[in-house]
Design a protein around this ligand. Structure first.
Ligand code: AMP
Ligand code: MG
Length: 323
């Protein structure tokens, strides 16, 4: 059985095809980028509508190569899964409309899935994990999550910005373009530490005060871009490592799975890996092509939810603990 998944919550339109054993046959993404202005919601939606058919055809071609078949088409697909939320309304709607159009035309059942849950599920199947603590750090999301009795529980989270968005906001001030995370990582390699506020409250974190501080220091020319990037990373990643360790101790977890785009950061991974080793736990991260927003993870989550979900339209504010 093959499942087609459509990702469409934010800047990325993606289509993935997975098997019922979690094998990824295709995973094509096309992301909206704008160096100047970040994400303009209606332009993102326009982008998604424009690239949808092309991304679909590329996904079929890739699947065809991977199964060594002469043909791979809608006939081979059993279900159409789509990201129902959370996300930007116009992007979600663009993806949902495509999903609905294709499901009607090719008579496939629609399965609406929760985007954060998909990030966690793909990591869990790729590494064959039993019961990990999840650290989900993307543009919008910054959450420490565990599972109990089939339900997700958010043990800690950001009280304001997601870490990725905060990095992007600072990057905009530095003129780094969007997304800024990878460029901040590069600049940080040449920086040294300047003191910044450290904001951990129990298992929650807050980034707004830190952002204000680095913005001030930069505008007042009191620290270089390199030093601020380094210090921003060290401070925020240390905060995340601290709350994650607290959550793992509290919930008695021996595996940590890092998901979300900020997980591409090497320094962040190193800090989490050291923390895990020190407490006899194992650290896992998801390969780059599956860690960023993509359709394959939506397809796999769709497979897991095929009997319990359906056409649920969109839900822009759908929290993972409501899944
Ligand atoms: P996502 O929302 O999961 O697609 O993740 C996107 C976010 O990850 C953006 O805010 C990026 O700036 C951030 N990001 C991507 N690569 C890196 C990196 N190497 N270091 C830090 N943040 C990153
Ligand atoms: Mg995401």
């Amino acid at each position: 059985m093959f499942i087609l998944g459509i990702e469409c919550t934010a800047h990325t339109f993606g289509i993935g095809i997975v098997s019922d054993t979690g094998k990824v046959l295709a995973n094509i993404i096309d992301s909206y980028t704008s160096p100047e202005a970040g994400m303009i919601p209606h332009k993102v939606a326009e982008h998604h509508r424009l690239v949808a058919e092309e991304v679909l055809q590329k996904a079929f071609q890739q699947a065809q190569q991977n199964v060594h078949a002469k043909h791979f088409s809608w006939d081979d697909i059993s279900f159409v899964a789509y990201s129902a939320g959370p996300g930007l309304d116009p992007s979600l709607l663009a993806g949902y409309e495509k999903a609905k159009e294709w499901s009607k035309k090719y008579q496939k059942k629609l399965i609406g899935v929760n985007h954060p849950a998909a990030h966690l599920s793909i990591g869990k199947i790729i590494h064959k994990l039993k019961d990990p603590c999840y650290l989900y750090v993307s543009g919008v999301n910054t959450q420490v999550i565990v599972q109990a009795n089939g339900k997700y529980h958010v043990l800690g989270e950001t009280l304001d910005n997601g870490l990725g968005n905060m990095l992007d906001k600072f990057g905009r001030l530095l003129g780094l373009g969007f997304p800024a995370g990878p460029k901040i990582e590069e600049l940080a390699k040449k920086g040294k530490y300047v003191e910044l506020p450290y904001a951990v409250k129990g298992m929650d974190v807050s980034f707004s005060g830190i952002l204000t501080k680095v913005e001030q220091l930069f505008k007042q020319k009191k620290a270089s871009a390199e030093d601020l990037c380094f210090s921003l990373q060290e401070t925020c990643f240390a905060m995340m490592t601290e709350v994650t360790e607290r959550a793992m101790a509290h919930a008695e977890k021996k595996e940590l799975l890092l998901v979300g785009g900020v997980g591409a950061n090497q320094r962040f991974c190193t800090m989490l890996d050291i923390m895990c080793k020190e407490r006899g736990a194992k650290f896992f991260k998801v390969p780059l092509e599956l860690v960023r927003d993509n359709g394959a993870m939506i397809a796999w989550e769709g497979f897991l939810r095929k009997d319990t979900s359906g056409d649920i339209e969109i839900n822009p504010h759908w929290r993972i603990n409501e899944v």
